[in-house]
Design a protein around this ligand. Structure first.
Ligand code: PLP
Length: 393
């Protein structure tokens, strides 16, 4: 059957693909260590589960307004006020089926054929595919280890053309864990204002930072930047709620309104029960990310040291999220592999360690390791990676 052109070049999410492959090997009885996961390995806190249970018992099992229940929108508005000093009205907020669908809906609303969106690489795998699905062009601005995987204002300026509609900023970043400082964001923001480029600020990892750096939203830097920014966020990573599928977007009403209209014809609404669970998450005065942060920080130190001890592997130290993104070029060369995908495949087959190749993130010499697993698993995985590198000399 002849399928739509828009799906012909669509590649499946490489992060989900590697997890599926690792699970398949596990089912066959292999002792696989999966470091591909993009989700916290913690349970959703009990008080959130209780809120969901109560929501069900209280009859909150019906359709809700497409843009989300008013109570949750208010809780999100209050969170923006407390965390960033930003004021949003309910009309400037939409609750979505995960942050992923907020981004999907945004690109559908924003892009016409031929519109460019600047995507700094390394980037989260779904940005480019979603932009293409909306008939836009992802324009990649490569950032390397030399600039701590961050793009510079000069580089941004040189990448902008009359076709540029938007820039994506993802801080803390998946896959690199890098965090833009206030000053860096200020400079990037000035370039965007000068050229009328909309900023899409994906802040899903804001609560997972392990250094003294604090999370800064580019929208909080000035009223004109707020007017030109759409913030994307959600509870998946901050409250260990990946399966609940609650995200949101905040920005100018003229963008949020058509997003809500589109949602009314696609999802109708995010799951009612999950919205009440997210409401409890934001209304609680508990810092649900605190324990995760402490444990992630310890694992980061451990894995960072273990990886840098492997010949041919070098790593810039991340500040946030829960990934390391080491450069394995030398190991790959030493081991006689031409591409990082082949190296990762052989590692999975021989040593049963699942990593995600950097290719899907726009980086051909790197791999992504998630430390959302136990310290024992991290130690064993590092031992196996080292053995693999040594055995292939
Ligand atoms: N943005 C980034 C950078 C992510 O890494 C992810 C999930 O992996 C998302 C957005 C999507 O999160 P959600 O679970 O809310 O759809």
């Amino acid at each position: 059957m002849e399928l739509a052109n828009r799906v012909k070049t669509l590649s499946p999410s490489s992060t989900l693909a590697i997890t599926a492959k690792a699970n398949e090997l596990k089912k066959q009885g292999h002792d696989v260590i999966g470091l591909g996961a993009g989700e916290p390995d913690f349970n959703t806190p009990d008080y959130i589960l209780d809120a969901a249970m109560n929501a069900m018992k209280n009859g909150h099992t019906k359709y809700t307004p497409s843009g989300g229940i008013p109570e949750l929108k208010q809780a999100i508005a209050d969170k923006f006020k407390t965390d960033n000093g930003l004021s949003y009205t309910p009309e400037e907020l939409i609750v979505t089926t995960g942050a992923k669908h907020a981004l999907y809906t945004l690109f559908q609303v924003l892009l016409n054929e031929g519109d460019d969106v600047i995507v700094p690489a390394p980037y989260w795998v779904s940005y480019t595919e979603q932009i293409k699905l909306a008939q836009g062009n992802p324009v990649i601005a490569h950032a390397t280890e030399q600039t701590n995987f961050k793009i510079t204002p000069e580089q941004l300026e040189a990448t902008i053309t009359p076709n540029t509609k938007a820039l994506i900023i993802n801080s803390p970043n998946n896959p690199t864990g890098m965090v833009y400082s206030r000053e860096e964001l200020q400079k990037l923001g000035e370039v965007c204002l000068k050229h009328g480029v909309l900023i899409v600020s994906d802040e899903i990892y804001e609560k997972l930072i392990y250094t003294d750096d604090s999370h800064v939203s580019i929208a909080e830097l000035s009223p004109s930047l707020k007017a030109q920014t759409i913030i994307i966020n959600g509870v998946s990573k901050s409250h260990a709620m990946t399966g609940w599928r609650i995200g949101y977007a905040a920005g100018p009403m003229e963008i949020i309104k058509p997003m809500t209209n589109l949602a009314s014809h696609s999802t109708s609404n995010p799951t009612s029960i999950a919205q009440y669970a997210a409401l409890a998450a934001y209304r609680s005065n508990k810092d649900s990310s605190k324990d995760m942060r402490r444990i992630f920080a310890e694992r980061l130190e451990l894995l960072y040291d273990l990886l840098n001890d492997i010949p041919g592997i070098s790593c810039v130290k991340p500040k946030g999220a829960f990934y390391l993104f080491p450069n394995v070029r030398e190991a790959m060369n030493m081991n006689g592999f031409k591409t990082v995908d082949e190296w990762v495949k052989a590692l999975l087959e021989e040593e049963k360690v699942a990593l995600v190749p950097g290719t899907g993130f726009g980086a051909h010499e790197n791999v992504r390791l998630s430390y959302a697993v136990s310290t024992d698993a991290l130690k064993e995985a590092s031992k196996r990676i080292k053995r693999f590198v040594m055995n292939h000399q």
